[in-house]
Ligand binder design. Sequence first.
Ligand code: ATP
Length: 354
Amino acid sequence: MTYNIALIPGDGIGKEVVPEAVKIIAALSDRYDFDINYTDFPYSCEYYLKTGHMMPADGIEKLCASDAIFLGAVGDFQVPDHVSLWGLLIPIRRQMQQYVNLRPVRLLPGIRSPLADRKSEDIDFVVVRENNEGEYSQIGGRVYEGTDLEMVVQETVFTRMGVDRIMRYAFELAQKRSRKHLTSATKSNGIIHTMPFWDERFKAVSQHYPDVKTAQFHIDILTAHFVQHPDWFDVVVGSNLFGDILSDLGPAIAGSIGIAASANINPEKEFPSMFEPVHGSAPDIAGKGIANPIGTFWSAQMMLEFLGEIKAAEALMRAIEAVTAEHIFTPDLGGNATTEEFTEAVLSKLKGIR
Ligand code: ATP
């Protein structure tokens, strides 16, 4: 089988971790008998600074020719975050109907959680974030700018189709996991239109999945529970904003933002899905060769699984875990391995996996 992968290394450490993942995927493709054709795309803040656009007008069309998109990180202090986000990631996620943002949170062997006495079995859940609508909308505006009467309005958009499809995805994911438990993140006490609607749809959709146990919490207390009782959670579904917040908090309790992986999925496979680490361009460590590549490797693992290369995906996860279990870490996790040394360690473990 041959897969066409669009590669967008992006900016900062994205350009350091993506080539390492390519090395790992090459080793897996030799071993598990599949081929990858990469097409490189320079879309990034660097590209914006040269051209005035994050990607060309036909950028989405070109990316659509691939089976999946693999992205590093996008960001630069010279480009406002909303420009880079709305110029590249959000158009890809929306126009390609990647309405599921999947972010696994797991305490890998050997990594110490900042939460006292937590072991691997205590932190193992998946955040399912709605990725196409919700709080991240373009509807709104500003009037009387710069005066005492200045007023800003930002609308939130929830559609029944959008809410139901993310909930169905979350219930189906929970059904496949051993605990079969789904938690909904809400705020229906303070946000009186959209969030009661979210709760209503959660209840309605839950009727179709009687084997899945459910819980729901307001987002404020839910963040506290993530810290105090991470073992309560299995699958957690949230709106675009709530899911975003929870999926940064999740990796923080699992050790480092550098290990966090994500997948932007179009479940119907009408468009390519996109796989990317959760972290940003990390300008403070870019160029030093010490970025943690685990988030990128784990994203590659999710991509291989999504493409159907299940054995290769499983082998990669086992190899990452075997390396962390030996306490080989980059500096963000308290070690002294470089990005390349970490990759070498994973490649060497892969050789020993049957
Ligand atoms: P951007 O503006 O592109 O979102 P950022 O670096 O401000 O990037 P984060 O990715 O959230 O945002 O990173 C915050 C900090 O966490 C970084 O400055 C860096 O110190 C650390 N960090 C992030 N990713 C990694 C990584 N892969 N390895 C090591 N440290 C990391």
